[in-house]
Structures are given as C-alpha cells and as structure tokens.
Design a protein around this ligand. Structure first.
Ligand code: UD1
Length: 454
C-alpha cells in the first residue's frame, strides 16, 4: 500500500503519533497533484477495503478484551488518524501488509478512557463513534466535537439522543462532549429521524454491550453498516435485521474476538467506473461488486458506463454509443450514494445532453462545482440541484480538492481533460483513498505529486 499526505500539514508531534500507531503511514512530499489528461485508463485497478467500513470496524475492537483482526484495511489517512486515537486509549495494534491490503490485530485489553487529542478528532468525523463504544465498555467518554468534511451541518444530535435514551448523561461544554453512564447503558427503542449511517453505527456499538434489547428503527442499511453488524455478530453479539432499516439488538453479552475482512469499497469502485468511462479506457476492478452500487448501477448503464462481472473482477468501460446525460438524486442506501455524486458529476460534465444532479443528504455538497467549472464544465446550481450541460472537452486547470469525494471528481475531470490539471488540498485525497494516484499511474494515467506549485 502507499500512503501519502500533504507536506507541511502536520506538526511533528502529530506525525510521530500517526507513525507510532500506523507505521505504514507516510507524510507525502508533494503539495500538488499534477494530472496530464487524455490517456485512457487500461489495466487492472485493485479496489481497496471500504474506508467507511474500516473505521467503525476498528472501533468495534474497543468492545472486547479479546483480539480483533481486520483484513483488507485501506491504508489511508483517516485510518491512520483513528489508529492514533485508539492507541491513545490504550488499544494495542499490530499491522502487517498482505496481498489483500493491510491487516491489523487489535487488543483493547487495557482500555483506558483518556483525553483525546482535539487536533486528531478535528480531522475526522468518524471519531464520534468512539462515544458509543467507550460509554458501553468504560461507562464514560470525553471527546472533542468531531470534524470531517465541510459538507453540511452534520450534527450529532441523533447520536446524542439515542445514547441518552440508553441511559447516558451527556453534556456538551466548550467544544467537548462529556458522557457518563455510571450504572451502565440499557436497551432502548430508538427511532432515527433520518437513517444516519454514523448514528446507526454508534448506537449499535453501544447497544451490543447495553443491558437488554435495543431496537433501532429507520436505521441506515448501507453495506458498511451491515459489515459492522456482521463483525459484531462474529464477536458474539445478537443482532437481527442486518442489512435492513430495523435492527434489533439483544445486548449485555460479553463479546469475544473475531477475524473479519473489510468489505470492498463501493465508492472507490463507482469512482473508478466513472474514471474508466471518462477517459475512454477499460479497467478490470477486482473485488468490485455491481450490486453494491444500489441505484447507481442502472443509472451508470444509462449514462454509458458498460459494466460486466467476470471471474477476475468487474470490467468497466465506455459504452459504444458514448456518454449520455442522466438525472440522479442522492439518498440513503440503496438510493444513489452521496459519496458518488461528485465523481459522477465529473463524468456527466462530458456526457451528451443535460443532467440534473439533486443532493438530498448533505446541504453543502456542491463545493466541487466551482472547481469543475475551472476545467470548463458547464454546471449551474439551483437550490439542491446542479444542472450539468455536457461539453465536448474539458481543459486542464488549477483547482482545489474541497473534500474527499471532490478530490476524486477533480482527478476524473483532469484525466479526461486536455492539458495539465494541478490539484491542491490533497489531504482530502489522502484521507479517503489508499494510494489512488499511484494505482491510477499503474493503469496508464499521467499523474504525479509535485512540490512545485507553478
Ligand atoms: C457517513 C459516511 C459518509 C457518507 C454519509 C452518507 C462514514 C465515515 N462517512 O457519514 O462518507 O457521505 O455517511 O452516506 O461512514 N445528521 C444529523 N444528525 C445526526 C446525524 C446525521 O442531522 O446526528 C444528518 C447529517 O447532517 C446529514 C445526514 O444526516 O445531513 C446523513 O448523515 P450520516 O448518514 O450520519 O453521515 P455520516 O455518518 O456522517
């Protein structure tokens, strides 16, 4: 695996805590990603384990004194940051590199609720998942309010309300979350206002150790949520309704260890399908699974991405009759994934005709629009909808990655554009993907990091 980061972004103390917890992590040297477009992507591009599954799965190790081993862990910055947070809490980790990605064996035998570095937490919203796990295992948790992508309010009110219903006392004070449950947590009947991925995971992590039955209604049913539930079940948790909108958890049972392989990353898979079609190439995506795309699968076919599953992986390429505009509306799984909205928009910028892209999950997830426009995309935003009118060619330009998925979108646009694209804001790319630039170079992209900004 290759793990990079943006030079100068980390102070030395943070770099050493990341390296101590995730020895495979490397702060990268290049501040700018230079993409020279016009080359079709051809070859085999390995899809990593899903970041959004790996993070909650790592937190699940806090629930037991026994060993939890995860395989197919993606080597990205978010994983390294979470590893540093877990190490600070007394969780021991042993990493090894394997053919199928990183493997980590975790031991939370000597877990201690410690103060958590606000700088680390500010870099990753998923750090809020520590709340449910620490409350359930230790009866207390003290956590700075989480950070993450600047894509909306991303409140944690559902997490807080659910944990309170389970008996926790929670105060928000000066940017800190102070939570206690001196008498332990108990089961509760919880209705989520919307099927929040993070809230479902947080409450599930707490519920498996809480006494009695917890029902999570209107639960998120993203494949990553199901992957967490499957691992918890392997640890001995009793969870019914895995993969559905209602989870019933019989808690209170001590959990054992488990060995679990992280689900393949459906977002990286969809992103590479867009990249192959945008560059008019042909990629084999081992570990890709069309079914995991949910509603995106038929829409991609309609947009002119040909996909078929083979024994070696999914073959993705541009359909013979070219790219066509489509209308998409993001939503909770199995609706079109909000995390694929930006990469898909980059493809649609090159499709014949018009597309309407409506974002319903996050209220500020169009920051990539202005950046794609710099490359010549014709996109207008009206409320929650972006109207994309396809253009024949994009033109390379300097642009900024504004969040994890915007980074992927800009790379797709740069790969298809004429001339040179220079991207900064690479911390976002590093947060979400394991060596994406290197993997793209291996399938023919002209892409490299550079320290020179001009
Ligand atoms: C997770 C994913 C992220 C993805 C998102 C939606 C991880 C680490 N991140 O984020 O990549 O884009 O799911 O698929 O898995 N909300 C509240 N209050 C809450 C919780 C959520 O108002 O307490 C709102 C959010 O502001 C957002 C919506 O609910 O508008 C969905 O958020 P949620 O599903 O919780 O996303 P995350 O778990 O943060």
């Amino acid at each position: 695996m290759v793990a990079l980061s943006t030079a100068g972004t980390y102070h030395p103390a943070m770099t050493s805590s990341l390296l101590a917890a995730a020895p495979w992590w490397r702060p990268g040297s290049g501040r700018v990603l230079v993409v020279r477009g016009g080359r079709p992507l051809v070859g085999t591009y390995p899809i990593s384990g899903a970041k959004n599954a790996a993070l909650p799965l790592m937190v699940s190790a806090l629930l037991t004194p026994h060993l939890v081993t995860l395989r197919n862990v993606p080597g990205n910055l978010d994983v390294a940051v979470l590893a540093a947070l877990l190490q600070r809490l007394g969780c021991e980790m042993h990493w090894s590199a394997r053919a199928d990605g990183l493997a980590v064996t975790m031991s939370a035998d000597r877990l201690r609720p410690a103060d958590i570095d606000p700088e680390l937490v500010s870099r990753m919203r998923a750090s809020v998942l520590l709340l449910g796990a620490l409350l359930a295992r230790c009866g207390e948790a003290r956590l700075p309010l989480p950070g993450g992508d600047a894509i909306g309010l991303r409140g944690i009110d559902f997490h807080i309300a659910g944990l309170r219903a389970m008996g926790a006392t929670i105060a928000l004070d000066g940017g800190m979350i102070e939570a206690t449950a001196p008498d332990g947590l108990h089961g509760a009947d919880i209705l989520l206002p919307t099927p929040s991925v993070g809230a479902t995971e947080n409450l599930m992590l707490a519920a498996v150790l809480a006494n009695g039955r917890t029902i999570i209604r209107n639960a998120a049913c993203e494949p990553e949520v199901a992957d967490l539930a499957t691992c918890l079940a392997a640890m001995g948790a009793r969870i019914a309704g895995i993969g559905s909108h209602q989870l019933t958890i019989e808690g209170g049972r001590a959990l054992g260890g488990a060995v679990h392989a992280v689900l393949p990353d459906r977002i990286e898979f969809g992103t590479l399908a867009c990249a192959a079609a945008a560059s008019d190439g042909r990629l084999v995506l081992p570990h890709g699974r069309i079914a995991l795309l949910g509603a995106a699968a038929p829409l991609y076919e309609a947009a002119g991405i040909a996909m078929h599953e083979t024994q070696d992986g999914v073959i993705v390429e541009r359909a013979r009759d070219g790219l066509r505009g489509i209308d998409i509306t993001t939503g909770p799984y199995p609706a079109f994934a909000t995390d694929l909205q930006a990469p898909t928009m980059a493809l649609l910028a090159l499709a014949a005709g018009a597309s309407a892209v409506t974002e319903t999950v996050f209220e500020q997830r169009f920051r990539h629009v202005g950046e794609l426009r710099k490359l010549g995309a014709n996109i207008a935003v009206v409320g929650r909808t972006a109207l994309v009118r396809g253009v024949a060619r994009l033109q390379g330009a300097a642009a900024t990655c504004t969040d994890v998925r915007a980074a992927a979108a800009l790379i797709i646009a740069g790969l298809a554009a004429d001339g040179e694209t220079r991207l900064d804001g690479l911390e976002h790319l590093d947060r979400g993907y394991d060596g994406m630039a290197e993997k793209l170079a291996a399938v023919g992209a002209d892409i490299a990091r550079s320290d020179t900004s001009g």
